[in-house]
Write a protein that binds this ligand. Structure first.
Ligand SMILES: Cc1ncc(COP(=O)(O)O)c(C=O)c1O
Length: 394
């Protein structure tokens, strides 16, 4: 049957066409050049020690597949030990592993929130939090990014409602590179009888004592209902832990559908994650180096008159404003050997098209200096109109 006679296939083709026309078409590409979009913040994904530990675990393990869901044959001592050790790392009573951060957020939110409850969610929260909220059917109040006056006003306004209330936030926002004040949010939650759920995806391994995250740094990891730590970024592995008290873990084992109805990850991955956590704890030198590289880049770009926002993390946005400018800057930087993409609406709010530099401890100071100079060049080329707008992404 030709596409034109099949409404569904016609719709799929039309939507793809529209995405292309609007410059929103996504493709899978291998990064080329000096990567400025890796989340492997500490370099653990290619750390020889972690590779050795993983190879050893595969060699010693009786099997490389788990054989089933955790509730049906896929459980093992390896995963129980990984969860116990991760809980100790996160500073909570318990932890439960999901196969991805996306699955963790989806499973957690859809399990704990329900119609009749209210979720207060930062407008820049990650898609996995948004989708979990949607799936739960809960009423959602989206507060403007970082506007805690508005959040408090909303909490006050919904003060008399009987359902449960949740404040949901990332601790380090992936597009802005700025922090949520986790301690203040915990106080707000306490004052208004709300539960706090925080996502530490970009903070774990990088911030907090021994890289334990920003909830631990603010000493509210036990007060929060749940702290989600992903393993695919600074921990160089895959999956995520929802860290909480024992009762919530038991609840999630029973009710989180992305846990219950999904095959357990292979046992060697549990070893890899345990090794990654042990290594990450001792990587203060890499954390300091990363902070220094981010400082040099921010200050250098600010000194050249660029807008890099208000963050202070390893994620540095470079605001271009218009889509055309962001595309042109990205293309110039690509020509100078940097793997970087323009991030445009709808991924980010209208008028805030940007480049996003995600730094890792593997970068050198020379590369950062080169990057600053390349940004200045890119701006000059764009203003003289010599760069065309073919670079894409976001
Ligand atoms: C804030 C945040 N939460 C959750 C996730 C999802 O984690 P994962 O990649 O493990 O599915 C991401 C991934 O980019 C993220 O940035």
């Amino acid at each position: 049957m030709a596409n034109s006679e099949n409404p569904l296939r016609e719709r799929i083709a039309r939507e793809l066409r529209e995405r292309r026309e609007n410059g929103l078409f996504r493709t899978l590409e291998q990064p080329r050049g000096i990567s400025l979009f890796s989340n492997d913040y500490l370099g653990l994904a290619s750390d020889p020690r972690l590779r050795e530990e993983t190879i050893r675990a595969i060699r010693e393990s009786g099997r490389v597949g788990s054989g089933g869901s955790r509730l049906l044959g896929g459980n093992s001592e390896d995963w129980e030990r990984a969860e116990a050790e991760f809980a100790a790392f996160a500073g909570t009573e318990a932890a439960i592993y999901f196969s991805s951060g996306y699955a963790a957020n989806l499973g957690l939110l859809a399990a704990v929130a329900r119609p009749g409850d209210v979720v207060f969610s930062d407008s820049l929260n990650h898609a996995s939090l948004i989708d979990g909220i949607r799936l739960s059917g809960v009423r959602k109040i989206i507060y403007p990014h970082g506007d805690f006056v508005r959040l408090e006003a909303e909490l006050e306004r919904h003060g008399d409602e009987r359902g449960a209330k949740f404040i949901v936030t990332e601790t380090l926002f992936s597009m802005e590179g700025d922090f949520a004040p986790v301690g203040d949010l915990a106080s707000l939650a306490r004052r208004y009888g709300a539960e706090l759920i925080v996502d530490e995806a970009h903070a774990v391994g990088v911030f907090g004592p021994e890289g334990r995250g920003l909830a631990a740094a603010a000493a509210v990891e036990n007060e929060a209902l749940a702290v989600v730590h992903t393993c695919g970024k600074a921990l160089g592995s895959a999956g995520a832990f929802v860290c909480s008290n024992r009762v919530l873990k038991e609840y999630l084992v029973n009710r989180a559908r992305t846990f219950v109805f999904s095959t357990a990850a292979p046992p060697y991955l549990a070893h890899q994650i345990r090794a990654a956590v042990r290594l990450a704890r001792g990587m203060d030198a890499e954390r300091a180096r990363l902070a220094e590289l981010a400082r040099v880049l921010r200050e250098g770009l600010r000194g050249e008159g660029f807008d890099v926002g208000a963050g202070a993390s390893q994620i540095v946005p470079l605001f271009a404003g218009t889509n055309e400018r962001a595309l042109s800057w990205a293309e110039s930087l690509q020509e100078e050997g940097f793997a970087v993409r323009a991030i445009r609406p709808p991924t980010v709010p209208e008028g805030t098209a940007r480049l996003r530099f995600s730094l890792t401890a593997a970068l050198t100071r020379d590369q950062i200096e080169h990057l600053i100079a390349a940004c200045v060049n890119a701006r000059r080329r764009a203003s003289t109109g010599s760069a065309c707008s073919a670079a894409s992404g976001g």
